[in-house]
Ligand binder design. Sequence first.
Ligand SMILES: *Cc1c(COP(=O)(O)O)cnc(C)c1O
Length: 229
Amino acid sequence: MNELSYQWSLVRKKIEEACNRVGRDPNEVRVVTVTKYLDVEGTKQVLDAGFDHIGESRVQQAIPKWKELGNRGVWHFIGHLQSNKVKEVIGRFQYLHSLDRFSLAKEINRRAMQRNQTIRCFLQVNVSGEESKFGIAPNELTEFALEVAQLPQIEIVGLMTMAPKVDRPEEVRPVFRELKRCQQRLIKLESPRLQVPHLSMGMSQDFDIAIEEGATWIRLGSVLVGGMK
Ligand SMILES: *Cc1c(COP(=O)(O)O)cnc(C)c1O
């Protein structure tokens, strides 16, 4: 068994255990394999091994890989996105996990319209309130979500957050719980154009806790591919 499938067997077990603890179906939890640490060859190995949701966080690194491998898999842009890079992402990445401001949403909508594309977006929420983190403040989320929902080329699929770096993973549980509350508040609006079924939260250090708190997409880098660098 190679390194990747071995790591995956451990991760899958942790996913199943977390689901069991809270009575969730493991099939509800999907994995974005974050390949930002890998070159083209490493990323190809990930795809060859059957991991078909690829996560990248930097346009400059991602595009050369996409040019080689973009005919395979589903590509998720998970990092901060500058408006002047939107044109690189539209038509290549099916998902954006980091929609965090209306100016970006308008640029995405404009570029996507030119190409007759749509893109699935997670609204990034800065739950922890750390200044170093991107994302919309929870108390501004409703207004932001309703505005973005008017843009025809953007399909909002849910909410995303980045938890702070902590010593004990357990400390981030309130952050994940608050994202779930944000989701419930948006669902209560019952706005027909605004669907937020998914929560993108949890990374290598804390994905089990994120699952217990309702994550439907987890973004895993080092725990899966860290040994392939
Ligand atoms: C790098 C990154 C991840 C994966 O982090 P790991 O700790 O390596 O699992 C997840 N999400 C985002 C936005 C990232 O930039």
